[in-house]
Design a protein around this ligand. Structure first.
Ligand SMILES: OC[C@H]1O[C@H](O[C@H]2O[C@H](CO)[C@@H](O)[C@H](O)[C@H]2O)[C@H](O)[C@@H](O)[C@@H]1O
Length: 598
């Protein structure tokens, strides 16, 4: 079984595929990130769908890398008979998604094998396969997938798979193109694989060159930005939290969730990273996505939407999939859609505030009207308990982070009005709310005895999200309560050098706050937040050490999942995860003195 970090991401800004070191594409949803997978071996085995293209009898590739600053992956096998490389990518597109795999002989003469097992509907459906016009065509229900090669190589069917064996000599290429198309339509248009490769490289190069970061970790920052960009759904401007579902937070555990949707929290933070580094177009596209998605009653605001702003994302379990290393259930949809997560208002308003300050005009009259509606809602509801940013599935609580973010919402709205008094708004009401939230959090969310903010009112538990208190400006970094919180979190939530998001096993007699059985790894975003907090509280050396430790956790391609198990030395959770890459970019900016946050 491949480790999570054995995978590489390729994508076309509408969906993404995971390619293993052995040349197997084990995850691909077509045509969108949130469509059913036609390759789901990631969450089961080869019979759930995959496409392996590699030298016959070979194991993992000898080396692999993305070509320059792109999402084009090159895997090289050195064999006894010669060296061969496979270049995998998905050209950016209008409609039909293509997966292109170009085999190139480098030296000697290498026998190659392609085994394609298409299984629609997350591994459940074996399609019917026929030949048409030089293609192999797989059809089941609404889906059809077309496979061709240039030059044509012989394919044959065996064991419910489409196979080919061919030999490449030095200098020869064989390019495969796999294209999804609605099954009721005629043959899709054909792309030229070599020309598409040139375009893809050019597009990514131009895009990456626009990055404004000038600090010492440029390679890591650019790779994170490319990954974040790869998680944007270009037709609508939506941003997914990750391209996968149900990669476990604990091997063999139940904490397996579907991240192929747009969380307002994750999206706003992604957007802040892109915006801070010069990517205004993405920011504008997401702002417009947001305005469409949240239109309606502000009380109906959801924390999660579909790629085009869809609201219903019913959670269900795919019983036929055995799960990644037997981690079940495998889920699609996400029940957290119906939760009350008060922090989201603050994150959205903060992001629009930053965009306005950065000249994006966050800006449009419509955008300001929505922020006013959010504030009106929050004024009436901030005193309520909620599920918080960790989307707990236990009883609602008065989470300190949620209240702090309610303060952020009021603070940014007040500041907007102070900067532009012509805008309509309840300046006095919002000021009063801001003061009241601040007072209450400092009174009820702070443990005087231990000099630390806690996870929720009245609790002794800690929460790494309180590390954000100085970052969002709720208290200055040199406030003793901030320093005390950073120290307490570092002391109590540390796990082999990294940070857990909250305590899970410290009080075994009590039900865990998140209402879920089992444990989880260290949370990478929180570990970046600790580095930020250390830096802001004057402990730059420790912050740098923490950052270097986190950089070392990335896989060979610079990718991060949501969590990490420091004891097993392996990544955990959905992959690659926007939250973790946002954390990396934020810390790199802060350490380089390029941070533009408040
Ligand atoms: O841990 C329980 C929850 O885990 C998921 O939420 C997490 O991922 C979200 C997307 O990155 C992030 O916004 C949130 O802060 C994380 O806690 C899952 O989606 C939830 O359904 C689940 O309850």
């Amino acid at each position: 079984m491949a480790l999570i970090e054995d995978y590489a991401l390729i994508g076309d800004l509408q969906t993404g595929a995971l390619v293993g070191r052995d040349g197997s594409v084990d995850w691909l949803c077509l045509p969108r990130f949130d469509s059913p997978a036609c390759f789901a071996a990631l969450l089961g085995d080869e019979d759930n769908g995959h496409w392996r293209l590699a030298p016959a009898g070979a194991g993992a590739c000898t080396r692999r890398a993305y070509l320059e600053d792109s999402l084009v992956l090159e895997s090289v096998w050195e064999t006894d008979d010669g060296t061969v490389k496979v270049t995998d990518f998905m050209p950016q597109r209008d409609r039909a998604p293509d997966l292109v795999r170009i085999v190139e002989g480098v030296s000697g003469s290498v026998e190659m094998r392609s085994v394609l097992r298409l299984r629609f509907d997350y591994g459940a459906i074996v399609p019917w396969i026929r030949r048409s016009d030089g293609h192999r065509v797989a059809v089941a229900g609404p889906d059809s997938v077309w496979l061709r090669s240039e030059p044509p190589v012989r394919t044959y069917g065996e064991d419910f798979s489409t196979r080919s064996e061919f030999t490449v000599e030095a200098g020869e290429t064989v390019a495969f193109v796999l294209t999804w198309h609605p099954s009721h339509e005629a043959r899709p248009r054909l792309v030229d694989p070599h020309e598409s490769l040139r375009h893809s490289l050019e597009d990514w190069r131009e895009w990456a060159e626009r990055c404004r970061y000038r600090g010492p970790h440029r390679e890591a920052v650019v790779r994170s930005l490319i990954t974040l960009k790869a998680l944007t759904y270009a037709p609508t401007g939506g941003i997914v939290a990750a391209p996968t579902t149900s990669l476990p937070e604990e091997i063999g555990g139940v904490r397996n969730w579907d991240y192929r949707y747009c969380w307002l929290r994750d999206s706003t933070l992604t957007l802040n990273s892109l915006f801070a580094l010069g990517y205004e177009d993405e920011a504008a596209a997401w702002r417009d996505w947001l305005l469409r998605a949240v239109a309606g009653d502000p009380g109906d605001l959801q924390t999660i939407y579909g790629l085009a702003g869809e609201r219903r994302l019913p959670e269900r379990e795919l019983s036929w999939l055995p799960g990644y290393e037997r981690s079940t259930p495998v889920r699609t949809g996400n029940e957290a859609v119906g939760q009350l997560q008060l922090d989201v208002y603050g994150e959205v308003i903060d992001s629009l505030y930053a965009a306005r300050g950065g000249g994006l005009g966050g800006g449009r009259p419509h955008a300001w009207n929505i922020q006013r509606c959010f504030l009106d809602f929050l004024k009436d509801h901030w005193r309520e308990p909620d599920e918080g940013l960790w989307e707990i599935r236990g009883p609602r609580r008065h989470f300190v982070h949620s209240k702090v973010m309610a303060w952020v919402a009021a603070d940014r709205a007040v500041r907007t009005l102070e900067q532009d008094p012509r805008l309509p708004g309840d300046l006095e009401g919002w000021r009063a709310m801001r003061d009241e939230v601040h007072r209450e959090v400092c009174e009820k969310g702070y443990d005087k005895e231990r000099n630390t903010f806690t996870q929720y009112y009245g609790s002794r538990d800690l929460d790494a999200a309180t590390l954000l208190i100085p970052r969002v400006g709720f208290l200055p970094p040199d406030d003793p309560r901030v320093v005390g919180t950073v120290d307490a979190v570092r002391r109590e939530l540390r796990r082999d050098g990294l940070i857990r998001r909250y305590s899970l096993d410290d009080t075994p007699d009590e039900a865990p706050v998140d209402g879920l059985p089992g444990g989880e790894g260290a949370f990478l975003a929180c570990s970046f937040w600790l580095a930020d907090a250390l830096c802001m509280t004057g402990r730059e050396k420790e912050a740098r050490e923490m950052f270097e430790r986190l950089l070392a956790v990335r896989n060979d391609l610079g990718l991060l999942a949501e969590e990490y198990d420091p004891r097993a030395g392996r990544q955990l959770g959905n992959f690659p995860q926007a939250f973790s890459h946002i954390g990396l970019v934020g810390t790199a900016l802060l350490l380089a003195g390029e941070d533009t946050a408040h």
